[in-house]
Design a binder for this molecule. Structure first.
Ligand SMILES: [Zn+2]
Length: 410
């Protein structure tokens, strides 16, 4: 598939004028006026491409081409605060360009191609994350919607109602699950692996799973000046050991990332030996067994340090998202399309969450194609990918989508 590079680039520029920031990025928080305007832009563009456009009760915007279930291409248009111009927007624009081109050229299989723009993927405003796709997958609980409010106290349910959506009907978005033959998403890598491999694109094999452990260490608070070494029960030391062990595990298990990004001393002060301390350990990998083995080793190191320091050590699993493997057939179509177009596209896992993470466990065959991120920077106004790589990505996405559509027949 050969796309009009300038057209794709100008469409990306057009949607990024909505919520453009002075630093050259974009800010379209979920359900803000800007993000809604961007979803309306998407609906208008999908209509212009000849698709049958509808908004579901969760605010996802769909465009179907006549044949169902559809080979659905899409992404999201919400951003993080002070975000970039590519995360989400690239996938949405590529979907529109691919389907628009396929339809105007009447390419075989074009009527089965469909587009979607999911609502609230980032989850930063209401703490939900992948809310739109989870509503489709049937895993967004009504209680989560009821409880969701932003940092200014604005209730999600109030916003939904203000824009003509009924909160109680959000789960009805699940009806769209059966309309998806498969789901393909073009997205920026948000990491530096492809750039280091000098590859413009990468085919995602799985979205890594994530386990968060809440760790609490109890020692004894005492005077920092008068407490001798042998009398100290310093609760911070095992926490420090957990952070060090996380780094250690990463050097011995290349597919695992482990981070202590949040740590605290309860009632801490410069003149007190820490009596209570804690942290959150975040472990990610492509397989459940790898996550469990890494977390087990790190927690064991923390426990051993606690025993040495005379402290009690408690770890609680607070978040557990299993890895989401991409579908073999869809992965094969993306790899095949890249080979036919002569584009380098090595396989890699996704270290960030995406809507495919909620759709794959619900039985939708999913595939993702990454475009190299310059300098690996993302969630920042500095987020960049080259026009050439973005266009190549859209062309490979389009060729793969058409081959999958043709498999389904007309
Ligand atoms: Zn994204």
């Amino acid at each position: 598939m050969k796309l009009d590079a300038e057209r794709l680039w100008s469409a990306l520029g057009e949607v990024n004028r909505i919520g453009a920031t002075p630093a050259g990025g974009a800010e379209r928080l979920a359900w803000s006026d800007q993000e809604l305007q961007a979803r309306r832009w998407f609906a208008e563009r999908a209509g212009r491409a000849g698709l049958d456009v509808s908004w579901d009760p969760a605010g996802n915007v769909w465009g179907f081409g006549g044949l169902e279930p559809g080979v659905v291409l899409g992404s999201h248009l919400d951003t993080v605060p002070d975000g970039g111009r590519f995360d989400g927007a690239l996938g949405v624009v590529a979907a529109l360009e691919v389907v628009g081109h396929a339809r105007s050229e009447q390419l075989p299989g074009c009527e089965r191609l469909a587009v979607v723009c999911f609502s609230d993927e980032e989850g930063v405003r209401f703490g939900l994350g992948m809310a739109g796709s989870r509503a489709v997958a049937g895993t967004l609980e009504p209680a989560e919607i009821e409880a969701a409010r932003d940092s200014e106290g604005v209730l999600l349910t109030d916003l939904l109602e203000a824009h003509g959506f009924e909160p109680a009907r959000v789960p009805e978005a699940g009806a769209n699950l059966a309309r998806m033959a498969c789901y393909l998403e073009l997205h920026v890598e948000q990491g530096i692996r492809l750039e280091r491999l000098r590859a413009p694109l990468g085919v995602v094999t799985a979205i890594v799973g994530l386990s968060d452990y809440h760790i609490e260490v109890t020692g004894e608070a005492n005077h920092a000046g008068t407490t001798a070494l042998e009398d100290r029960r310093d609760a911070l030391l095992p926490v420090a050991q957990v952070a060090l062990a996380a780094r250690e595990v990463m050097s011995s298990a290349p597919g695992v990332v482990a981070t202590v990004g949040e740590a605290w001393v309860l009632n801490g002060a410069p003149n007190i030996v820490p009596g209570k301390a804690g942290c959150v350990l975040d472990v990610r990998a492509g397989g459940v067994a790898e996550i469990e083995a890494a977390a087990g080793a790190i927690l064991e190191a923390g426990r051993a340090a606690a025993a040495t320091a005379g402290c009690e050590f408690e770890a609680r699993l607070t978040k557990c998202l299993p890895p989401a493997p991409m579908d073999e057939v869809v992965v094969g179509a993306l790899v095949g399309a890249a080979a036919v177009l002569g584009v380098e596209a090595p396989k890699l896992d996704s270290r960030a969450g995406h809507d495919a993470m909620s759709l794959a466990p619900a039985g939708v065959p999913c595939g993702m194609l990454f475009v190299a991120s310059q300098g690996g920077i993302s969630h920042s106004p500095m987020e960049r990918s080259s026009q050439r790589d973005c266009v190549l990505g859209a062309e490979v996405l389009g060729a793969a989508a058409l081959s999958l559509a043709q498999r389904h027949g007309s």
